[in-house]
Write a protein that binds this ligand. Sequence first.
Ligand code: S3P
Length: 169
Amino acid sequence: MQNIFLIGFMGAGKSTVAGWLNSRQGMRLVEMDQQIVQKEQMSISEIFETKGESYFRCLETGLLEELQDQKDTVVSCGGGVPMRQCNVDAMRRSGVVVYLSAEPETVYMRVKNNHDRPLLEGNMNVEYISGLLEKRLPAYLAAADVTVKTDGREVEEICLEILEKCREK
Ligand code: S3P
């Protein structure tokens, strides 16, 4: 099975989908945020606070480079990963890039009680989410080989659509 890189806004369902593909399809799982937290021994919020966002972005790029030789792997990317062209190039070199789309209202409902997303702290509202999503959308769409909607859908249905679309690639 070719590698699958899941991209999309915070709360788009990347981790949930990756978990399903891991447990039901036996794909190896890489959760980028989690790997970075383990490596740095700090939460994402702490990394942003003490080292800064650009340091975090470099960690993401470094991790993607390390993943180049993986096979049969689903990678749940941080929401900002496709904002760097070098990250997009790295993902496209080694797998299919799947954009999980979600409306701002859906994102808000999914993330509102979580406090380890520094970009949303103090900005936890639909208007802010909508604005940031609008800014990022062109990059998400340009990076994607495949797009799958997640609003109001069960994880299994989403995953089956991903697998079918990836098979066609
Ligand atoms: C970010 C998304 C987060 C995490 C960090 C920054 C972003 O990951 O990497 O808080 O820039 O969109 P999730 O998309 O998994 O929430």
